[in-house]
Design a protein around this ligand. Sequence first.
Ligand code: IPM
Ligand code: MN
Length: 360
Amino acid sequence: MSKTYNIAVIPGDGTGPEVVAEAIKVLNAVAGKAGFRISLNYFDFGGERYLRTGETLPEGAIDELKKFDSIFLGAIGHPDVKPGILETGILLKIRFSLDQYINLRPVKLYPNVETPLKDKGPEHIDFVVIRENTGGIYTGHGGATRTGTSEEIATQLMVYDRRTVDRCLRYAFELKKKRNSLNKKYAEKPITLIHKRNVLTHCGDLWYRAFEEMGAKEYPELKRDYNHVDAANMWFVKNPEWFDVAVTENLFGDIITDLGAMIQGGLGVASGGNINPEGVSMFEPMGGSAPKYKGKNVINPMAAIGAAMMMLDSLGEAGSSRAVEAAMIGTMQKMKSQSAGHMGMTTTEVGDMVAKLVTG
Ligand code: IPM
Ligand code: MN
């Protein structure tokens, strides 16, 4: 009997369903070829459901999601819903409740994909950012008093504990070790901690000491580096080839991975994984719901297909994951651009081509 993976699919809002459909097309194609099965359960969480029912995630949804091998998400965000409701009620809620403490965001420029960086090519842009995904400012600690008066006060605290820092660092060091063994080019580069310890002297110090201690004691063979986050921004643009594995706290990671997405060719190609190495992970294209492109068959599904590739790897189907990447590369060679509306192909044509190349 062939192996079956049970996947929860949340197409979500805007162009989410369109890009998810293409990613699923590719998953089915590669499964057919490799001889495993993908069983899909669709959930209608998102803006439409919220407007209809007033509910972001219904009662029991989290327990339900915990039963799957993985979760695949399209996009969350609806023009008729106030910003913050769906993001916190669905996306962040799932990340936190399932303890997806790693946000893995590869920054990889593929051939024939345009980067805004002058004189940089695929040989320069190939690294991963590990964004801590459950702590920091995202925990919601803090509050507001005297709201609406001229003396109002608001705080939003960056909260970290040693366990949360350590488990994130461990994932980063292990990934660095793995990448070094795969490719000599990676092995020459350091693992980089990104923070702002010159100003955030409490949290920055915790991260820095934890990084140095774990690195020196358990991974002495790995080169370590440290960048302040503002400087890291500069180097992402000026010398992206310096990076291989970069690890950072939640908000900094949120910010620098949008920059990372741009230098790898834009949101049309940027994918991410919300990973609980001991539990259920969720994979998603990094771009939002892009309401203005909804239903036009012009959005780029490549980021969603890249998310499917990452999901395959996390499920233990590394060979199929690599096959999807090869098919993505082949398809990108034929595309005019990776921006919505300028691809020289429709959304469905991109998905068709990747699916065809993956089986061919
Ligand atoms: C991301 C997004 C989310 C985040 C928002 C939508 C809550 O920007 O996945 O990077 O801040 O994490
Ligand atoms: Mn973001």
